[in-house]
Design a protein around this ligand. Structure first.
Ligand code: AMP
Length: 418
């Protein structure tokens, strides 16, 4: 039998309810804070990701699902959503009416990483982006909104790690200091880092290889090299978070794996997930819109790892689909006609009703009603048709009552609503 692709997964009924609950909570929250939904394609020209994420990142070098389509175009399944949203913002000239646009999207991302718990090749993200706001308040608002999302979902053991990555003004000084430091630990770096370090030394700080992590443990921290503007920006962010009572931790080692990040960068970590502790990450990317051909536009965003959030929540929360209020056990063709019309009427009225379409014994039908957790069962057999009364059984109390077939659907509707 053909199995699904490694690192991909099905989300089955029974699991999907938790996904729906998270999605509803998030959409409600994002909408309240003024973010509108955008839906972008899951496939883009490869060049978009190569240019925005950065040629020498793990994502672009090793993890993208890239192929040549039948027309010869180089296409890639999106590894993240920001690049597509920026493309859409520029392509549709959204900046022309008002540079400020606050957007969110929810959907699958694709990275060919080594599959393990919390790491998949198709995974889902809740992605939020704000364009056109340079002020640090939006940074604080986003981190606060993430905090609120976890709070509303009842996930308590989370911590915001924050750092600043500076700007084109202050980064060159840091770059120099870092290059000097890296020259001293070259012998301990992996081949990727050795190759990347001159072009993009920050990349080395983000390497996941344990030996590289050890080697850069004492590397200079970018936060100590910020220019006055970046310092002021970061100060307003941290002061705002303190006022909002959002717990955060200044993590000097936090650098994000994507090239376009500037200034505030953050990650939400949890102790509930083992090795893959990051449930969300994001930050400012003030240079990206311009780099992709738009006007200079400050921007900031984050992505929540949907799969990981589900894993955290599943430890404490079970959500099941609602059970039917009524199961109609019908015996014989004539009874089934009555049952079918009745089930359709009640469905139109917004009541969840199930019935048996095949030819099953009453016993088998009662068994199924029990398995589905139906609150009531309506029994419609030949004798009920003959007497003109169906029998309704309350499955909890076992009490039975007669319902005349004449006006059955309306009478049931009134009773089931009451
Ligand atoms: P990133 O786009 O790399 O900043 O990731 C943002 C969030 O997406 C992370 O904090 C994770 O929670 C989640 N994430 C990233 N990669 C994966 C993956 N391969 N499988 C599952 N979740 C992931």
């Amino acid at each position: 039998m053909i199995q699904l692709i490694r690192g991909f997964k099905d989300i089955l009924p029974g699991e999907v309810e938790l996904w729906q609950h998270i999605e509803r909570t998030a959409v409600d929250l994002f909408t309240t804070f003024g973010y509108g939904e955008i839906r972008v394609p899951i496939m883009e020209k490869t060049e978009l990701f190569a240019r925005s994420i950065g040629e020498d990142t793990d994502i672009v070098e090793k993890e993208m699902y890239t192929f040549t389509d039948r027309g010869g175009d180089q296409l890639t399944l999106r590894p993240e959503a920001t690049a597509s949203i920026v493309r859409a913002y520029i392509q549709h000239k959204k900046y022309a009416d008002d540079p400020v646009h606050k957007l969110f999207t929810i959907g699958p991302m694709f990275r060919r990483e080594r599959p393990q718990k919390g790491r998949y090749r198709q995974f889902y993200q809740l992605d939020v982006e704000a364009f056109g706001i340079a002020a640090p308040y939006i940074d604080a608002q986003m981190i606060h909104m993430l905090h609120l999302l976890f709070e509303r979902l009842g996930v308590s053991q989370t911590e915001a790690h924050i750092n600043s990555l500076g700007c084109p003004e202050c980064r060159p000084h840091f770059r120099e200091a870092l290059l000097q430091f890296l020259a001293g630990v070259e012998g301990r770096l992996c081949s990727d880092c050795l190759r990347r370090k001159d072009r993009n030394p920050l990349r080395v700080l983000d390497c996941k290889v344990p030996d590289c992590r050890d080697a850069v443990a004492d590397a200079p921290a970018i936060i100590d090299y910020l220019c006055t503007d970046c310092q002021d920006h970061f100060k307003t962010v941290t002061q705002s978070l303190t006022r909002l009572k959002v717990p955060f931790f200044l993590d000097k080692r936090l650098v994000r794996g994507l090239d376009y990040y500037t200034r505030t960068t953050f990650e939400i970590q949890t102790t509930l997930l083992g090795a893959q502790s990051a449930v969300a990450g994001g930050g400012r990317y003030d240079g990206l819109v311009e780099a992709l051909g738009g006007p200079p536009t400050p921007a900031i965003g984050f992505a929540v790892g949907f799969d990981r959030l589900v894993e955290v929540l599943a430890q404490s929360l079970t959500i099941t689909a609602p059970s039917p209020v009524l199961y109609i056990a019908a015996l014989g063709e004539e009874a089934k006609n009555v049952a079918f019309d009745c089930a359709i009427h009640l469905g139109q009225a917004g009541l969840r009703v199930e019935m048996e379409y095949g030819d099953k014994s009453l016993k088998a039908q009662m068994k199924r009603a029990n398995r589905l957790g139906a609150a009531h069962v309506l029994i419609l057999g030949e004798s009920e048709l003959a007497t003109g009364n169906a029998v309704l059984r309350n499955m909890a109390t076992k009490a039975q009552s007669d319902f005349p077939l004449d006006g059955l659907a309306n009478a049931l509707e009134t009773m089931l609503r009451g």
